[in-house]
Each structure stands twice: as structure tokens, then as C-alpha cells.
Design a protein around this ligand. Structure first.
Ligand code: MTE
Ligand code: MO
Length: 204
């Protein structure tokens, strides 16, 4: 009960570890976690492709994407390397509004997010279709820094940070689960921080 109250009043309280998932430390900073280098992307050539098991695939340019309905959302961010930043305000487009652009087959169970630079990550459809999932171009009132995924990143607050793909440029609708970049290398297929689903070899 006490813990619940703390969570509701978070904005008026200092952040404590007790508000974060198990095994996480709270930070006020926003560390940068990137495998490899930051891709250089020009908005003039930027493209976002929605494809896979959909009736008709769609490709949007930057103007078309940013003309979609806008969403502002407060959400936590938990990296599997054990830092959590509890307060983030994201601005962008809800996943569910992007999903309206296509007709996925009824057999679709998972989505792969694809990125400039070759990174990818898989998500179950019921996780990514939640109201707190968005494609963000701004963080805490400022345009999203290149290092944090600008011009556009995926934000999936209920999963570890590696599922929040930076420099996202595509969504692939799939009829079965398939591991993405880190999942191939041992990260958990689901990655729920509240269940500490960090690495699959912990289960073995
Ligand atoms: N394209 C891409 N997206 C990525 C990563 C990456 O290396 N490449 N790292 C992931 C990891 S492990 C985390 S914790 C978050 C970190 O986001 P940040 O650098 O904005 O803190 O981005 C995720 N998205
Ligand atoms: Mo991470």
C-alpha cells in the first residue's frame, strides 16, 4: 500500500530505488547506451517502412510521419545494465496510430523494429499495441538528441531499454517470434524489467 502511494506521488517525491524494478539503480541522468556508432540521418531522405504480414505495405517520409496525430507521454526507462530514469516526457506518435496505416494479417503475433545502422528488436504484438508505446522525436521538451535515437526512436516503457529501438526506420509484422540484435546474443525475448527478464541463460 505504501509503495503504491509512493508511485502515485512520484512527481512530488525524490526518486528512490524502491520505485524502480528489482535490481535497478535510479539515476537523474540520461546515459547513452549504443552498440556501435551513431548513424547520420538526413530528414530529406529519412524513411519509415511498415511491412511484413500486412495487406499493403506503407512507406512514410518525415513530413508524412510527423503529420500523424501527436502524443505526449510520461514514462519510466529501465536499462538492463541496471540504471533506471524514472521521469521522462516523450513526444511523438502512438504506436497504435502508426498501426492504423496498415491491415496486419490475423496471424500476426510479433513485430520486429528495424533501425538505421542495422539494429533490430522483437516485441510481442500485445506489448507493442499498448497505449504507452510511441515513436518519439522529443524528450523532456527538446528535440531528441542524435545519440538518444534522433530523429525518431521507439519507446516501450514496460520493457528493458534495449527494446526501445533508436533511429527506427521500419516495423515488420511477423506471424512468429524471431530474435532481434541483442536477443540473438542472449538477451531475453520478452525483457520485462518487473520480472527481471534480462538474459535467457539465467534460466538455464
Ligand atoms: N538502434 C539502436 N537502438 C538501441 C540501442 C542500440 O545500440 N542501437 N541500444 C538500446 C539500449 S541497450 C538501451 S538501454 C537504450 C538506451 O537509450 P539511450 O541511449 O537513449 O539511453 O537504447 C536501445 N536502443
Ligand atoms: Mo540497455
Amino acid at each position: 500500500m505504501l509503495k503504491k502511494l509512493g508511485r502515485i506521488n512520484r512527481r512530488r517525491m525524490p526518486a528512490y530505488e524502491q520505485d524502480a524494478p528489482p535490481g535497478q539503480f535510479v539515476t537523474e541522468k540520461f546515459p547513452i547506451l549504443t552498440y556501435g556508432s551513431t548513424p547520420r540521418i538526413s530528414l530529406d531522405t529519412w524513411q519509415f517502412r511498415v511491412f511484413g504480414h500486412v495487406e499493403e505495405e506503407v512507406t512514410l517520409n518525415w513530413q508524412e510521419f510527423t503529420a500523424l496525430p501527436k502524443l505526449t507521454l510520461d514514462a519510466e526507462f529501465h536499462c538492463v545494465t541496471q540504471w533506471s530514469k524514472l521521469q521522462n516526457t516523450w513526444e511523438g506518435v502512438a504506436f497504435n496510430d502508426v498501426m492504423k496505416l496498415v491491415k496486419p494479417s490475423s496471424e500476426v503475433t510479433h513485430v520486429m523494429a528495424h533501425c538505421y545502422g542495422g539494429y533490430s528488436t522483437n516485441l510481442a504484438l500485445d506489448v507493442i499495441m499498448d497505449d504507452d508505446v510511441l515513436f518519439a522525436w522529443a524528450h523532456d521538451g527538446a528535440p531528441l538528441a542524435e545519440a538518444h535515437g534522433g530523429p525518431l526512436r521507439l519507446v516501450v516503457p514496460k520493457r528493458y531499454g534495449w527494446k526501445s529501438a533508436k533511429w527506427v526506420n521500419g516495423l515488420e509484422f511477423m506471424t512468429e517470434d524471431r530474435p532481434g540484435f541483442w536477443e540473438v546474443r542472449g538477451y531475453h525475448m520478452e525483457g520485462d524489467p518487473w520480472k527481471e527478464q534480462r538474459f535467457w541463460d539465467e534460466l538455464m
